[in-house]
Design a protein around this ligand. Structure first.
Ligand code: SAM
Length: 274
């Protein structure tokens, strides 16, 4: 079977969707459809890949400290479920009001909040079932101390707030969504790196070879990333890469919600402030 994108990939051009478009048109509820574990096998593989990477990374005991900042959290919490075992204070952040509201809704356990049950149960299993779903959720709710506005294009992404440098940064699918070209990506990486202590870790993940993704009926642009570029950009920004894992998408999968070719997971250490 031929991939839907086999012939058409180059011809699909998505106009850049910047911050204003996110603010006006990124629907958190529609985006969260991608996180209903157990409903779509091939997508599940990618969610499971990333949850396993987080579990392995945070269970290793190597990433220690008090504070962790998540950059461009979206309406999501899955990226923080293992991290809350190692960091007592987590700051979530996003550009849009609606994403931050959606997160707050989950934090306050309000009616209508997204049901993360299958994902939370899966992470509990991965971690050896030491905790039940309710304990895990309570632990994460307790650890997330703030949900802040952030903009990766600002030299201080948390402006007007100045945060003490964190011990760890997580960012998933954010920089490629927020940046139009490679130079902007490099600059955004430098901006977020300023929030991290020298010696601290960056846990960076996202899509390779992706030019767009759908959120409900709306198409969002994505900066097409390759492994070589990511390695180069991280090195230039003063990071040493400790792990670089990739899960490739089966070319035969026909799905028109995104043209990504694989997912990457990177663990990097900030060696120098550049
Ligand atoms: C594809 S979503 C990823 C959400 C989540 N981190 C995940 O892994 O699923 C991209 C996120 O980047 C955020 N974003 C877009 N432009 C941004 C900017 N300039 N600064 C910070 N976040 C931005 C969006 O609001 C959105 O939540």
């Amino acid at each position: 079977m031929k991939s839907l994108y086999g012939d058409t990939k180059r011809s699909i051009m998505t106009e850049f969707t910047g911050g204003d478009v996110y603010q006006a048109e990124f629907d958190p509820k529609a985006f969260l459809e991608y996180f209903k574990l157990g409903e779509d096998t091939w997508r599940d593989d990618f969610l499971i890949f990333i949850l396993k990477q987080y579990c392995k990374t945070f269970a290793s005991g190597e990433l220690q400290g008090d504070t962790l900042i998540d950059i461009g959290s979206g309406p999501n919490i899955h990226q923080l479920l293992s991290a809350c075992e190692s960091f007592q204070e987590i700051i979530a952040s996003d550009y849009t009001d609606r994403n931050r509201q959606e997160l707050e809704q989950w934090l306050k356990n309000e009616p209508g909040a997204f049901d993360w049950t299958p994902v939370v149960k899966y992470v509990c299993e991965l971690e050896g079932d030491r905790q039940k779903k309710a304990e895990k959720e309570a632990k994460l709710r307790q650890a997330i101390k703030r949900v802040l506005k952030c903009d990766v294009h600002k030299s201080n992404p948390m402006d007007p707030l100045t945060l003490p440098p964190a011990d760890c940064l997580i960012s998933s699918l954010c920089l490629e969504a927020a940046c139009q070209d490679q130079n902007t990506y490099r600059m955004a990486l430098k901006n977020i790196s300023s929030l991290l202590k020298p010696g601290g870790h960056l846990v960076l993940s996202g899509d390779l070879g992706c030019s767009f993704f759908m959120v409900g009926p709306k198409r969002f642009s994505c900066l097409v990333l390759k492994e070589e570029f990511l390695r180069e950009a991280l090195n230039e920004t003063g990071f040493s890469i400790q792990e670089f894992e990739v899960l490739c998408r089966d070319e035969n999968i026909i799905d028109d919600s995104s043209d990504f070719s694989g997912m990457y997971f990177i663990l990097a250490r900030k060696e120098a402030a550049i």
